[in-house]
Each structure stands twice: as C-alpha cells, then as structure tokens.
Design a protein around this ligand. Structure first.
Ligand code: 3Y8
Ligand code: NAP
Length: 249
C-alpha cells in the first residue's frame, strides 16, 4: 500500500498536498519547523528535523514510507542531500518536485552571484537603501556591510534585533503580489533588491516590481545538488506516483 512522505515548505509542495488529499492517497506532509505558524495542510503534518540522514532512514522505515517526494525550496540544500542519501540507503523511490530558476527578462538589471557570501561582498560601497528579501537565516552575514539601510522582510518578528545598525523589519509572508511589492519598494525608497533565485511564483513579484521601477537586483544563484529524478509540475508528480505504485491515475 502506497504511503508518501512529502517534504514541504513551498507553494508546489502545498499544491501537491491538495492533489494527494483529493485522490485520497496516504501521505504525510513534513515541515522543518522554521516558522511559528506554518500554513495548514490537507494532509497529516509532522514538524521538525528528522535527526540527519540516520533519523530520516529510521523515520522512512518506521512509518513504512513507500515513496519520498522532496518538494523543498531550492536553497534547502541539506534536506535535499539527506533525502537523496536516505532514498539510496533504503531503496525507497525519490522524486524531486522543483521549479525552474528565474531567468532575467528584458528590462531586468541583474547582478548574479554564486552564494550569500558573494552577495555580502557585492554590497561593498556607499550606503544604499536595500531590500534584503532573504528571510532570517543569513542576516548576521550582512553585518559586514553595516553602511546600508536594510528593509528586512521576515515571516516572524525576530526574537532579537538583527545585527544591522540601520534596518526596518517588515513582518509578512508570501506569496506576494506585484502591486504590493512595487508600493513597498517605492514607500521605502529602495535602491537595490537582494534575493535568492528561488524560482516559482510566490517570490517573483519583487523582480517584476524592480523591473518596472528600473531597480538593480542582486541575485543569489542556487546551491548545486546531485542529480535525482525531478519534475516541475504537480501533474507529473502524480503521474510518477501512479506509475511507481501501479495506481490508477
Ligand atoms: C517554513 C511554511 C505555501 C508556501 C509559501 C515559495 C513561496 C511564499 C516566498 C521575499 C522572499 C524566503 C522565505 C519565502 C517565500 C513561499 C512559501 C516562500 C521567501 C514558508 C513556510 C516556511 C518558510 C521558511 C522560510 C525560511 C526563509 C524562506 C522567507 C508556510 C512561509 C526568504 C525564501 O524565519 C525563518 O526562519 C524563515 C526561514 C526558510 C529563508 C531564510 O533563510 O530565512 N522560507 N517559508 C517551512 C518549514 O518549516 O519547513 O507556508 O507557512 C513557505 C513559503 N515561503 O505553501 O504557500 O514557494 O517559495 N520564504 C526565498 O525564496 O528567498 C520570501 O520576502 O520576497
Ligand atoms: P536545510 O538547510 O536544507 O535543512 C536543514 C535541516 O532542517 C535539515 O537537515 C532537516 O533537519 C531540517 N529540514 C529541512 N526541511 C525539512 C522538512 N521539510 N521537514 C523536516 N525537516 C526539514 O533547510 P532550510 O533551508 O532551513 O529550509 C527549511 C524549510 O523551509 C524547508 O521545508 C524548505 O522547503 C522551507 N523553505 C526554505 C527556504 C529557503 O530559502 N531556504 C525558502 C522557502 C521555504 P534534520 O537534519 O534534523 O533532518
């Protein structure tokens, strides 16, 4: 009997959860527990790390998982690497449900950098008003460029003030819209946008708004991941499951 573990945290994961619930295929949705109130899901939810590869292997075996779907964010590199290792170790089929990276379009002014450290370096220079749309995890690294005024968009109010002398915290969660992000950039007189190449629709709005306003974007490229079976659409993931588990689609 099919029993799916879905590693979530993205709009694609939530869309797949809805499709699985609609088909009634047994599945568990997994969050890391990074935010205080993760979005509700139409599937049973588990929250928290597994305890490394070994913990994930134990979970897969203990819960008799038959199929593992990694629909985590492209920057959730460690989770994806653990999923590959655990799937290989247990022989459980693994599918990645991801979204293609964004590509610059006409009118975009992108400066692409390979990682967060390079983004910090690229912020050397005279003070600017910067939208740092990277979430909470990497804020301390930007203390090396204290001269800027940072607009920080965070999901939860931070327990301690970010280590940046000039900053404004905005508590908000996506998906975001172009009108809202355009108003945000104008209201805060943003001169530069820093973001990850997340892909997908939930975080794209700020790129469109920056293009419309003629603002430069500092784009952090995705970390590399080993090859795995990968699809970009929920329907393809459902087909893969149906084929793998000999289920009628
Ligand atoms: C906990 C669970 C859904 C999923 C929605 C997507 C879109 C909205 C846009 C900006 C960029 C950022 C951040 C972002 C977006 C979606 C998606 C996406 C970016 C939630 C969620 C969890 C998280 C974790 C959180 C990180 C942070 C990153 C904020 C839920 C809302 C910046 C990534 O405070 C923290 O510790 C936050 C941590 C990882 C990156 C970071 O390093 O801080 N996401 N985001 C997941 C878990 O516990 O497993 O939905 O409530 C999910 C979503 N956030 O179902 O609709 O599909 O990506 N999330 C980035 O893209 O750069 C915001 O502000 O413009
Ligand atoms: P990460 O660095 O790749 O993973 C760090 C550890 O967090 C993992 O080793 C695992 O702990 C745990 N973990 C991560 N995702 C998990 C999940 N879905 N279920 C259970 N445990 C999980 O991950 P991250 O970048 O912090 O992302 C955490 C979550 O936020 C993921 O669900 C991701 O999809 C979501 N998210 C991340 C970003 C981003 O920018 N990074 C953006 C949007 C959403 P153990 O080793 O103990 O198993």
């Amino acid at each position: 009997m099919i029993n799916i573990l879905l590693l979530g945290g993205t709009m694609e994961a939530s869309a797949l959860a809805r499709a699985l619930a609609a088909r009634g295929w047994p599945a568990t949705f997994s969050y890391a527990g990074r935010v205080r109130e993760p979005a509700a899901q139409p599937l049973p939810v588990r929250i928290g790390g597994f305890g490394g590869v070994e913990g994930l292997v134990d979970y897969l075996r203990g819960q008799r998982i038959t199929h593992l779907i990694d629909a985590t964010h492209p920057f959730a590199q460690q989770m994806s690497r653990h999923a590959i290792a655990a799937a290989r170790h247990t022989g459980i089929p693994l599918l990645a449900l991801t979204r293609p990276p964004w590509r610059p379009e006409a009118g975009d002014q992108w400066q692409t950098v390979p990682d967060i450290a390079a983004a910090v370096e690229a912020l050397s220079g005279s003070p600017q008003r910067v939208l740092l749309a990277l979430g909470r995890l990497h804020l301390p690294e930007f203390a090396r460029q204290p001269q800027h005024h940072y607009l920080l968009r965070l999901i939860d109010t931070p327990d301690t003030p970010p280590p940046l002398p000039h900053h404004t915290v905005l508590v908000d969660r996506g998906p975001f819209g172009v009108a809202g992000d355009r108003a945000l950039l104008q209201e805060h007189r943003i001169e530069r946008v820093v973001c990850k190449n997340a892909g997908g629709e939930g975080a794209r709005a700020k790129l469109v708004a920056a293009r419309q306003l003629g603002l430069p974007v500092l784009m952090v490229e995705r970390p590399s991941l080993p090859a795995r079976t990968e699809v970009h659409e929920v329907a393809a993931a459902m087909d893969w499951l149906a084929h793998e588990a000999d289920l009628g689609v």
